[in-house]
Design a protein around this ligand. Sequence first.
Ligand code: PXG
Length: 460
Amino acid sequence: MTRTTQEWQAADAAHFLHPFTDFQSLARKGSRVITRAENIYLWDSDGHKLLDAMSGLWCVNVGYGQRSLIDAATKQLQELPFYNAFFQTATPPAIALAELLAEVAPPGFEHVFFAGSGSEGNDTVVRMVRRYWDLLGQPQRQVIISRDNAYHGSTMAGASLGGMAGMHAQGGLPIPGIEHIGQPYWWQHGRPQGLSREAFGLQAAHWLEQRILAIGPDKVAAFIGEPVQGAGGVIIPPATYWPEVQRICDQYGILVVSDEVICGFGRTGSWFGCQTQGFRPDLMTFAKGVTSGYIPLGGVLVGERIARVLIERGGEFNHGYTYSGHPVACAVGLANVGLIRSLGLVERVRDDLGPYLAQVYASLADHPLVGDAETCGLMGALLLVKDKAQGTAFPEALEIGMVCRGHCFREGLVMRAVGDRMIVAPPLVITRAQIDEMAALIRRCLDLTLADAQREGWLH
Ligand code: PXG
């Protein structure tokens, strides 16, 4: 189907309601239509090439155009395009993927519940956690604690678990029984108070303890968090944070849920982000990187503490989706996890690409607009500031991140802006030379943004 960009944009504006989008504004500007991709590059309908430093939407871990994933999907579509996992049935790809995920997960994870997305995975988490405490005779343990500015999806439970104020403002959220504490973002809270990064990490963990005590420990079911907050702006917690959170949850017997939708499947240099951050969750939500986004799939890895209760205490868990264990999605998942393994991508991020990105980011930190540069594995964030020496932020209304993002698109780079944080999470197949290419584009876009700021007088 070939149409001009203008024809695509007109049809798009007439019929397609995009996610997280101001419909009128998009219709005015027209959407960017992406038509093909290879390796770490995208092309739009005008033939404009872009380096995709966001892996689609944090998901194309193995890069675009991987033959083994395409072949796995094609073969499964021909053999058995669909069958469900309800009513005592199963399909070989779903069984085999559950087995493989148990193999790559940290010790103590032997069971998987499949869903269609990360949001559905987190809805499953809420129901499973409450079911667990019910079966143990503690039905009053209902409350799940999460963090401000967390992202856990867009369904009612996912958006409630998430701490995005703009989402809570629409549709009567959060649902009952979900509470939020502050996020472990040193630059936002810690620095002005003069705490070291490590001391701030402990303080942020103690907010959890304070909240548990305020609610009553016997009412708290679980704590959920992303090992590194992704959509919130690549917020990398101080190294002290997660181990202290773990200690507190252990002390009060509270379940720990790691939302691995972004951090899972190698992103941080371990199979799962909790391994990089040093904690042992009871449940792990996954999606995105499990199929490298080639086809929708998500779910929950269930630790033995919970699995044993669900299985041995018996009774039906009244929960599931038509596409739980979809054979084509699971076949792609098998090929994808197999490819991550055979290419040694997790080790490459840990030993080579992650340290290299950290080095490159350290050199970007000398740019006049960059107040802070941080990485964790192949996630990176640059904080744009008005005055480096004073650590002064640009006024929010300037939308400095969006100014920079505009330059990125024009220069051929997809980099996200979250407020004043410019973030990347490139495919794990990126090479050192391509990291250099990305860094040169980033520097060029920072320079163009700085030139805007100087010209417009934003620096005064
Ligand atoms: N948990 C986390 C940690 C996520 O990042 C979800 C759950 C929900 O997954 P699904 O598959 O239901 O979308 C996500 C999704 C962004 C952005 O702007 C991030 C996500 C989705 C859309 C946009 O960075 N993450």
